[in-house]
Every structure is written in structure tokens, then in C-alpha cells.
Design a protein around this ligand. Structure first.
Ligand SMILES: Cc1ncc(COP(=O)(O)O)c(C=O)c1O
Length: 488
């Protein structure tokens, strides 16, 4: 039998030669090119005609016999009778092809993404100071955790996460955030994103409505969209989320996602009266409020406003925190604080939904908090980010004039610079990207009919000494968008 074509086809990259014959034969059998019952040449003669070692042919035959593609008996080797698969575009006429793409729900929910490297460019939002991370102290905590690791750390995590970490976080939140929290109310997650995903799946049903802030945190929209929720945009004003009567009546929410300590991205702080009325209306609507308290650790002007979670007893609020900004995002650890009534069920459901782990990292983090390193690191970073923000404000005012409108300075790692009409933020951001800046356009977080025109300027990973030069580049980006009067 003429089988030279088996090796004439292009070889898959990096495939060891020994496996090529096996793969080619398997492809030919599964696609029907070698029909059921076809007798294959004896291994010695195939090896001679293909100029291969006999062992290569034997390997291919034995492997294919073991998989059920070939049958070997006293008369030799022949192709087994198998359902023939339609393989490749040339055979797409055979039956309905599975669409080789993500679901339409995923396609609708996913967002355009900046390149990974953009996260370390000057002004990239959401990035902590990687250089200031206490590597040595953290490594010592990890080493201790590994030294003491047993089956509890190497197996799946306990319901709700490592007990020591839950206890350490409860004590930390009570001291730093004034929340009377019991460790049993805490569920450790793989960051905020996993927490939002869990809330979507465990607190809402498919097709329920979730309110998100407009402008708002894009990753939250992704989590909710992927979970099959109806995402409804609510405008944000100077006091925070501002739903209308029409929103309450016509788009009654099951979940309401907010960032009240430092609205992302505008940086505004939700007023107390807005917090209280939101709780009241959420109760009436049987809705859960998801309070993403990211960045509250980096509050500069006095203590952070009280969290909705602790404002009244039994509030329908789930509190979300993360170590992505306070330590580093790749750690993938965050937490939920839940009302007593659902905490145990939520912890159990989290175990079943995600099979969580990271026992060693969780134990190291508990150690890091218990020894006071976390609080000391936060104190140091708060001062550092505060100084950076002051330097950035001064540089922006010097470059764009004293009347330039800045917001979001009370907490966090970014400022918003509002742009006057006539200068388009997305065009400035594109120009800035070409100049090596990671600035984001406020418009990219905004959905119609809401309009916002400004720049989100992250300074978490921007050394003070680099601010002046980065602002000069920003001036070039903005000026390139200013239309000279004679062109109007
Ligand atoms: C509003 C907001 N919440 C939370 C996070 C942190 O998300 P994660 O914990 O998934 O890293 C970010 C990160 O940029 C954020 O902007």
C-alpha cells in the first residue's frame, strides 16, 4: 500500500519525529481517509518504505492499538471500525459544525483590554507601587508558612478560607474600618473579581437585574454579564450612585454594585444621606448592595466614611475587599464580609463553586497581618501615595493652569482630570499611549446617555521623581487635540 503521503504533509511544530507517524496515522483513521478494515503494511516494510526506524513504526502501531484505532491479530494490523469525525474545514459539509467561538453571552460581556505591559506605564490606573512591596518580610512569612505546611494547606481550603486569615482580617477590619466583624462572616476569595462572580451566581438568578455605576468599574460588568445577569447602568453624580424613580420601578435590581468610598473611576465619595437612602430602597426592593471598598485603605483626609455594611444592623449589604492594591494584584486574594444570616451557606457554596486553595499564601498573609506588617505597610504606603498625589496636583496645575478641574483626591491611587468640551478624552488617551503613558479616558468607563470627559491618572506606580516628565508628555498629548482657533 502507498503510504508516502503520511510523511509528506507539513510536520506540526515541535513534535518529536517519533510521534509524527503516530499522529498522521491517527488523523487519517479518524477522518476516514484510511477506511475501516484497511490492512496496514507490516511494521518492517512500512519502516523501509518511509525510511524510518522500525521502532518508530512499532511505537505508532502499539499506541494506536492501545487507543482502539487499530486492531492487531494474527493476520496483521487493520483499521478499526469507528464513527468518522468531520475534521478540518475541508470536511465541514458533514453535519453541523460546533461553532468554534465563545458563547454570545461571553462575546457581549467581554471588554477591550489594554496590553499587559500598559499596567506599568506612567499614569496606568489601578496599579500599586511594585517597587515598594516588602519582599523580604513577605518572603519570610511565606517561608514560615511553607515550613509549617501540612495537609490543611496543601489540600483544598477550608470553608470560607484559612481560619487564621479570617480571624486576622476580622480583627483588622474592626480596628481599621470600625466594622464589628466576626471571622465566621468572612469568606476569602481570589480577589474582587472572584467575589463579584460569586455574588452574581449565589445571590442572583439568571436574568436578574444588576445595577452598575456609570461611569463604573468595567471588570464588574464583565463578571455580571458572564453570569447571565441583566446589567443596568445608573448614573453617578457628585454624591455617588443616583438612581431615578424610573430605575427603581422599571429596572428593579437584585444586585446593586457600588464603590462608595472612592467611586471608580471618578473618585467621588458617596454622601451619608445617599448611603442611607440606598439601604432603605434596597430593602424595599429586596436587593443586595455589593459594597466594593477598594482603596479605602489609602484615605488621606481623615478616616474613611463609614461603610454601608456597618451603618445599621442587618443591612442587605455584602462588603468586598482586596489585597490587590495594598499588596499586589497577582496575589489573587480578597475577601467578602457577609451578613450572619447567609455567611455559612455562602462559604459552603464558595467551596463547591470554586474548590478554593492557596492555603500556604493564605497562612502567610495571616502571619503578615498578625505580626503587624500589614498595618505598618499600609501606613508607609498611605504617606508615600499622599506625597505623590500632592506632587501630581502641583505638576498638573503648573502645566494646565490653576483652574484645571481635578477630582478623586481623598483616597486611592488615581486622580481624575476633567477636560473641557472640545478636547476628546479617548483621543488624548490614544495619543498619550503613543507617547508611552498608561492614562485611561473617562469616556471608556462611561455608557450613553451619561457623558464624562476626562482622564484617569494613576500614580500608584509612578515615582515622585518621574511625575514632572510624565506630565510634560501628557501636555503634548492634550495639546495635540486642541484645535487652533482658525480651524474652528
Ligand atoms: C473598583 C475596583 N475594585 C477592585 C479592584 C481589584 O480587583 P481584584 O481584587 O480582582 O484585583 C480594582 C482594580 O483595579 C478596582 O478598580
Amino acid at each position: 500500500m502507498e503510504l508516502d503521503w503520511l510523511l509528506a504533509l507539513p510536520l506540526p511544530e515541535n513534535m518529536p519525529r517519533q510521534r509524527v507517524l503516530y499522529h498522521r496515522l491517527r488523523e487519517a483513521i479518524l477522518s476516514g481517509r484510511l477506511a475501516a478494515g484497511t490492512r496496514l503494511p507490516a511494521s518492517r516494510s512500512l519502516a523501509t518504505s518511509l525510511k524510518l526506524a522500525r521502532n518508530t513504526v512499532l511505537f505508532a502501531y502499539e499506541q494506536l492499538v492501545a487507543e482502539g484505532c487499530l486492531l492487531a491479530d494474527r493476520q496483521g494490523t487493520r483499521v478499526a471500525l469507528l464513527p468518522v469525525c468531520a475534521m478540518g474545514p475541508s470536511s465541514s459539509g458533514r453535519g453541523t459544525a460546533v461553532p468554534l467561538k465563545l458563547s454570545s453571552r461571553a462575546a457581549a460581556a467581554l471588554q477591550p483590554e489594554p496590553a499587559r505591559e500598559a499596567a506599568v506605564l506612567p499614569f496606568a490606573p489601578g496599579t500599586p507601587d511594585y517597587g515598594a512591596f516588602p519582599f523580604r518580610t513577605w518572603r519570610a512569612c511565606l517561608e514560615r508558612a511553607w515550613r509549617d505546611a501540612g495537609w490543611r494547606q496543601l489540600g483544598y481550603a477550608a470553608h470560607g478560607g484559612d481560619p487564621a486569615l479570617r480571624a486576622a482580617m476580622a480583627a483588622h477590619l474592626t480596628t481599621i474600618r470600625g466594622l464589628a466583624v466576626d471571622p465566621a462572616q468572612i469568606v476569602i476569595t481570589s480577589g474582587t473579581q472572584a467575589a463579584l462572580d460569586l455574588c452574581a451566581r449565589l445571590l442572583a438568578d439568571h436574568g436578574d437585574t444588576v445595577w452598575v455605576e456609570n461611569p463604573g468599574y468595567l471588570a464588574a460588568r464583565v463578571a455580571f454579564g458572564l453570569a447571565g445577569l441583566r446589567v443596568h447602568d445608573i448614573p453617578v453624580d457628585s454624591e455617588g450612585l443616583a438612581p431615578s424613580e424610573e430605575d427603581w420601578r422599571g429596572h428593579s435590581p437584585r444586585l446593586i454594585m457600588i464603590t462608595p468610598s472612592h467611586q471608580y473611576p471618578t473618585g467621588r465619595v458617596m454622601s451619608l444621606s445617599r448611603r442611607l437612602s440606598l439601604i432603605e430602597r434596597a430593602r424595599q426592593a429586596s436587593a443586595w448592595i455589593i459594597e466594593d471598598d477598594y482603596d479605602s485603605e489609602f484615605r488621606r483626609t481623615g478616616p474613611a466614611p463609614p461603610a454601608l455594611f456597618g451603618l445599621q444592623p442587618d443591612v442587605p449589604v455584602v462588603y468586598v475587599g482586596t489585597f490587590s492594591k495594598t499588596l499586589y494584584p497577582g496575589l489573587r486574594l480578597g475577601y467578602l464580609v457577609l451578613p450572619h444570616a447567609i455567611a455559612a451557606d455562602f462559604a459552603r457554596a464558595t467551596t463547591q463553586a470554586t474548590r478554593p486553595g492557596q492555603g500556604v499564601e493564605q497562612r502567610a498573609l495571616a502571619d503578615f497581618i498578625e505580626r503587624g506588617y500589614y498595618t505598618a505597610h499600609l501606613r508607609r504606603m498611605r504617606a508615600r501615595y499622599g506625597a505623590r498625589q500632592v506632587a501630581l496636583r502641583i505638576a498638573l496645575k503648573a502645566a494646565f493652569g490653576r483652574s484645571v478641574e481635578l477630582s478623586g483626591g481623598e483616597a486611592g491611587l488615581h486622580l481624575v482630570m476633567w477636560l473641557p468640551e472640545g478636547i476628546c478624552d479617548t483621543e488624548v488617551a490614544a495619543r498619550a499611549a503613543a507617547l508611552g503613558l498608561g492614562v485611561r479616558a473617562l469616556g471608556s468607563y462611561t455608557r450613553a446617555p451619561m457623558t464624562c470627559n476626562g482622564l484617569v491618572l494613576g500614580y500608584g506606580n509612578l515615582e515622585e521623581g518621574m511625575i514632572a516628565e510624565a506630565v510634560q508628555r501628557l501636555v503634548v498629548a492634550v495639546e495635540s487635540q486642541v484645535i487652533p482657533p482658525h480651524e474652528n
